[in-house]
Design a protein around this ligand. Structure first.
Ligand code: NAD
Ligand code: GLY
Length: 362
């Protein structure tokens, strides 16, 4: 099977490749050219380590001084204590400024390890080896790294781009079905915001994607990463267009916050949120009503929720949505669609329309 190679294009110093394909965890040639010094620290977690750590160690142990750190699994460990654990390990094992950290795991491991790399000795190199679909199509690309604060998710962090992203589609075979579907929500997002042709392709291929067919999955991941890279290349630090990557997230974050993190997976909340965003786009007069049903069918076929939680009141939604990071001067800024494949960030949605959408989508 061929390996797909894409590029995040951020100029001479900070551009990097994304490799996608089946069996990449057995191929040193995608990994070792992006390791600068002789020291490597693989950071993973207790779930992923027994599955894939040995493969990565096999690729590196002969030529590099490798240390490994196995973190506890879970969003609740994406915190300052875990960061200190990583710094302690790096110092104990005498990692110097030429070391390379390798994040082997989902978005939690990737975000935490990336932030450790951004801050250890004022910044060292790191490589992303994402192992969930969500991390392969979203969190490993674009350089957002960070941890949670007790008062808010992802409140402490830095932009720090990796040296390379290595995506082995085979690892998705061990991913729980619910996590796979949650990742598909972000894949569908790219079709909606930036790529109408990809959206149609997804409608045709969604069932085969659920079976983790390596060719079709490689195509879906590559199209997703290309769409993300296109946006990041234009606006690395989110001063403008990068915000469109948050389609469905304002409604989604409200769901996650109200239900308690972990009850709804992030991708599940984003799925219901994207449906609400399309419903609101219809109310703006921008999108045909038929698109709500079309998205609802696609999300259902991906085993994703298509309704906002009925136990949340409209007021609860509104008070949580106003906490969104995109809110400026108390004004709700939402990502909506002008058409399928064309997202905009807008302050134009009236409170009446937002309320009507919440009521209609429950
Ligand atoms: P996760 O990292 O918690 O992984 C989900 C579960 O799957 C975990 O239990 C993990 O151990 C397990 N797992 C991982 N790979 C596996 C595999 N191949 N087989 C079996 N089990 C496996 O969750 P996630 O959805 O990958 O990431 C969510 C995190 O990503 C959140 O913290 C979110 O804030 C962050 N995120 C960051 C960005 C960004 O741009 N940096 C974007 C989106 C999300
Ligand atoms: N996940 C949104 C972003 O990377 O900007």
């Amino acid at each position: 099977m061929t390996i797909q190679q894409l590029k995040v294009d951020l100029g001479d110093q900070r551009s990097y490749p994304i490799f996608i394909g089946s069996g990449l965890l057995n191929k040193a040639e995608c990994l070792t050219p992006y390791i600068r010094g002789r020291q490597v620290c693989i950071v993973t977690n207790e779930t992923v380590a027994p599955l894939y750590l040995q493969k990565l160690e096999n690729l590196l142990s002969e030529d590099y001084q490798v240390s490994t750190l196995i973190l506890s699994d879970g969003e609740k460990y994406k915190n300052a204590d875990t960061m200190m654990q990583i710094y302690d390990h790096l110092l104990e094992k005498k990692h110097n400024r030429t070391t390379t950290l390798i994040a082997l795991g989902g978005g939690v491991v990737g975000d935490t390890t990336g932030f450790a790399a951004a801050t250890y000795q004022r910044g060292v190199n790191f490589i992303q080896v994402p192992t969930t679909l969500l991390s392969q199509v979203d969190s490993s690309v674009g350089g957002k790294t960070g941890i949670n604060h007790p008062q808010g998710k992802n409140m402490i962090g830095a932009f720090h781009q990796p040296q390379a992203v290595i995506i082995d589609t085979d690892v998705l075979k061990t991913l729980p079905a619910r996590e796979l579907s949650a990742g598909l929500a972000e894949v569908i997002k790219y079709g909606l915001i930036n790529d109408a042709e990809f959206y149609e392709w997804l409608e045709k291929n969604i069932t085969i994607l659920l079976s983790v067919d390596p060719v079709i999955m490689t195509e879906a991941i590559a199209r997703s990463c290309q769409n993300k890279a296109d946006v990041v290349n234009q606006d690395e630090k989110e001063s403008g267009i990068r915000a469109i990557l948050n389609l469905g997230h304002t409604f989604g974050h409200a769901i996650e916050a109200a239900q308690g993190y972990g009850q709804w997976l992030h991708g599940e909340a984003v799925a219901a949120g994207m449906l609400a965003a399309v419903d609101l786009s219809v109310r703006m007069g921008w999108v045909n009503k038929i698109e709500v049903d079309r998205l609802s069918v696609l999300l259902s076929n991906a085993n994703l929720p298509v309704k906002l939680p009925p136990n949340m009141s409209t007021d609860q939604f509104l008070s949580l949505m106003i906490m969104d990071k995109k809110v400026t001067d108390g004004k709700l800024r939402l990502v909506l669609l002008e058409s399928i494949g064309k997202a905009v960030v807008t302050e134009e949605a009236s409170k009446e329309n937002v309320v009507a959408t919440i009521r209609a989508c429950r």
